[in-house]
Design a binder for this molecule. Structure first.
Ligand code: ADP
Ligand code: ZN
Ligand code: ZN
Length: 725
């Protein structure tokens, strides 16, 4: 027997280590993967046991005893998942507790939370059937409840509509022996066959499903409408019928009711859905169903990646290029990269799907690390859209739209078809400006203009969220000369309504669709197929099928061409391609009008004439020349503080002690938006031709950073494989 075994616990604090505790008073050792409640300073925290040890570096009198274990039965997290989380905190240089706790549903992060029991249902016993054969007598409610179960077992929430005292009634029926309680068996797979696959789809399905017992990463590079989702469903069907589970990850705005409906219709079962806007109870229930192996199909956003799966068979990541797969604060991980790692650990295939794959994935495919599946035909024979580039230098615009664009909109509506106008800027106007003295509304806390939301009468900062009332007169010169400059979605909506009276204009942006039910109502209206104009942001670009949309107008994308972020052009190309993919998805060919001040931009021309792959290759070559990812490996040391000088001082000191080697540190460099929420933000950029050297040098460096004299005056963090500058 080991005396005083030590329990090593991950706690939700931003410190890069585990904490030692003594086992509980009764001497039982809490198993690895279980939660414990422990004293931490004056607080009590929920942590997860990561390991046991015979001794601690702390002297025995400094060690505290855990308050109590929190998981009665078996550990919440299995060894394989713990191993993945451990890899994550090492690779991302993150605090173990932040990593491990983020893998738990929020309700399990506090001491009151517990795994829910599996759902139960109630079934008539033989005696109950007999009772049903007799007259109801005075026990009317009891009888009604028995009748409700006559055609099969029912869950409690269905029975709850019977009488106000339904619980009492129900337990009475159980006591009488008329009704039995049983665990609900999850619905089995009932496949409704889909359309026959196209040769391209068939080839991908055959290749990927040929070997489902080993790890391999597949890039499903298929243009919009090429039937990627159909490929996923065929693969899922194979994996589920082999008795294994599938995890599907989608971007935040890709988890649409339409997608879930397609899964339900094809597979006949209810996917367990995990994302942050669900109620915490529902999220926990879905997680528990997956963990118990009862949910065969798990669909979720980024954080669902860490859902426990006792019978894993396949991981699919849809729209793999989407930036919402990267977490931008706290535990800064890439769900795409960790998904590939998880699949490798589990020895199962992983499919990364996109119409516009990231340069990282394209480069891995070109190097032969990923199997590359190209789908270049539209599955339902819809034709690809024509591009029309309108040079804005030659045109006057009316609230952002040029005359040819307005004409095209009018013609499309006359043909009884639908139009989508795309602008990546919500609000009424990006800035409220004084035409007398040039004053304009800017945020006090960020390097940003305040966006004018005219209907609400407010100026809002889209970066830090601060707001104020919009002035009526210029705050500087008191002139009555305030006007909006530039366009936002609200203004476009208004001017289109004036221009095309009687035609519904439906706005899709965060301001509008955050109200409950609005999104569904507007989608229903579009689906009716009557002529209408959809106005919206990026939100419109993803996941939806609008069969009647035959014209897409892209108001402006020029910002990306001057951006200091080397990923801006990659994102612009992806966005253009995705938006264009919304046009003409059915029998009608579509047109995409792109308004720009730079029709001659070489990358743009390549994209429009030769397509995304050629465009991406051009960008890849540029990255190679600059040694930027994916041709090199990158990390940032980010720092922020109220005073710019403190940030500069810390990063300056950090730069001096960066260990020598292949990886080089550059900076300090101001973040693209240097002031945000009243804080000054800068970074050091670490670049290396090799991944191993970069990590080795950072690991050494990380130990030294907390001891720098200025380290306490700034908030700092490492960002490995960053996505934003
Ligand atoms: P993606 O996910 O690549 O955008 P989808 O899987 O959503 O493509 O398919 C686009 C449309 O084509 C859908 O309406 C789908 O039902 C249809 N489709 C997909 N595969 C086929 C096929 N093999 N035959 C006929 N229609 C198909
Ligand atoms: Zn003024
Ligand atoms: Zn701000």
């Amino acid at each position: 027997m080991i005396h005083h075994p030590i329990i090593k616990v991950a706690l939700p604090v931003p410190l890069p280590r585990l904490f030692d505790y003594l086992q509980a008073e009764d001497g039982s050792l809490t198993p690895v993967g279980s939660r414990v409640l422990v004293p931490f300073g004056r607080r009590k925290l929920v942590g997860v046991v990561i390991g046991h040890a015979a001794e601690s570096a702390l002297p025995p009198e400094k060690l505290h005893r855990i308050v109590r274990p929190l998981d009665e039965s078996e550990p919440l997290l299995d060894p394989q998942l713990l191993k993945l989380l451990q890899w994550c905190w090492k690779y991302y240089k993150a605090a173990p507790g932040e990593v491990v706790l983020s893998a738990l549903p929020p309700l399990l992060r506090n001491a009151q939370g517990a795994l829910p029991l599996p759902p139960v249902q109630y079934r008539l016993t033989a005696a109950g059937k007999q009772r049903l054969g007799q007259p109801a007598g005075r026990a009317k409610t009891q009888f009604a409840m028995l009748e409700a179960m006559a055609d099969g077992p029912k869950a409690a929430d269905i029975l709850s509509s019977i009488g106000t005292q339904w619980r009492k009634t129900l337990s009475r029926l159980v006591e009488e022996g008329w009704v039995g309680e049983e665990t609900v068996k999850p619905a089995g797979l009932v496949v409704t066959p889909g359309p026959p696959l196209t040769p391209e789809q068939q080839k991908s399905v055959d290749h990927i499903s040929h070997d489902l017992k080993h790890f391999h990463c597949h890039l499903l590079d298929g243009i919009t409408g090429s039937g990627k989702t159909e490929v996923y469903m065929n693969l899922i069907e194979k994996v589920l019928s082999a008795g294994r589970q599938t995890l599907v990850l989608v971007p935040e705005i890709g988890l649409t009711p339409q997608l879930l409906r397609r899964f339900r219709q094809r597979l006949g079962l209810e996917p367990a859905v995990i994302h942050s806007s669900l109620s915490q109870g529902k999220r926990l229930a879905a997680w528990a169903e997956a963990r118990a192996g009862r949910a065969a199909l798990v669909v979720g956003t980024r954080s669902a990646l860490f859902t426990p799966l006792p019978r894993p068979g396949l991981i699919i990541l849809d729209e793999e290029h989407d930036s919402s797969f990267k977490q931008q604060d706290g535990f800064r991980y890439s769900a795409r990269d960790v998904a590939v790692k998880r699949a490798a650990d589990l020895k199962i295939p992983v499919v990364l799907g996109s119409a516009t794959p990231s340069l990282e994935s394209l480069s891995n495919a070109a190097l032969g690390k990923y199997a590359w599946h190209r789908l270049r035909e539209r599955a339902n024979r819809a034709s690809l859209p024509h591009w029309r580039v309108l040079d804005l230098c030659q045109q006057k615009t009316h609230q952002g739209l040029s005359a040819p664009a307005l004409d095209a909109i009018a013609e499309t509506l006359e043909r009884q078809e639908q139009v989508m106008v795309f602008l990546n800027r919500r609000g009424y106007a990006p800035v409220l400006m004084c035409h007398q003295c040039g004053w304009h509304g800017s945020c006090d806390r960020c390097d940003a203009n305040l966006t004018w939301h005219r209907s609400a009468g407010r100026l809002c900062c889209h970066h830090c969220g601060s707001q104020r009332k919009a002035p009526n007169l210029c705050p500087d010169c008191r002139a009555d000369a305030l006007m909006g400059a530039g366009e936002g979605t609200q203004q476009l909506e208004e001017s289109l309504e004036q221009r095309f009276p009687g035609v519904p204009v439906l706005r899709f942006d965060r301001d509008r669709t955050s109200r409950k039910g609005v999104m569904d109502r507007q989608l229903d209206e579009v689906m009716k197929g009557e002529p209408c104009v959809l106005v919206g942001t990026q939100m419109l670009a993803k996941g939806h099928h609008f069969p009647k949309v035959t014209l897409v107008v892209i108001v402006n994308v020029d910002q990306a061409m001057y951006s200091a972020d080397y990923r801006a052009l990659e994102r612009m190309g992806q966005m253009l391609q995705q938006v264009a993919g919304r046009a003409g998805r059915m029998e009608k060919a579509g047109t995409v009008i792109l308004q720009t001040l730079h029709p001659e931009h070489p990358a743009l021309e390549l994209l429009l004439t030769q397509g995304y792959e050629a465009y991406a290759n051009w960008l890849l070559e540029e990255r190679r020349l600059a040694g930027l990812p994916p041709a090199g490996y990158q990390a940032l040391l980010r720092a922020e503080a109220h005073e710019r000088s403190q940030v500069e001082q810390f990063l300056g000191e950090a730069l001096k002690i960066f260990p020598p080697g292949e990886a080089k540190a550059h900076g300090p460099i101001p973040a693209i938006m240097e002031r945000l929420g009243g804080r000054s933000r800068m970074y050091l950029m670490l670049l290396s031709p090799g991944r191993a050297s970069l990590h080795r040098q950072i690991d050494q460096w990380q130990l030294l950073l907390p001891d720098l004299p200025s380290a306490r005056k700034t908030r700092w963090a490492l960002d490995i494989d960053p996505q934003e500058l």
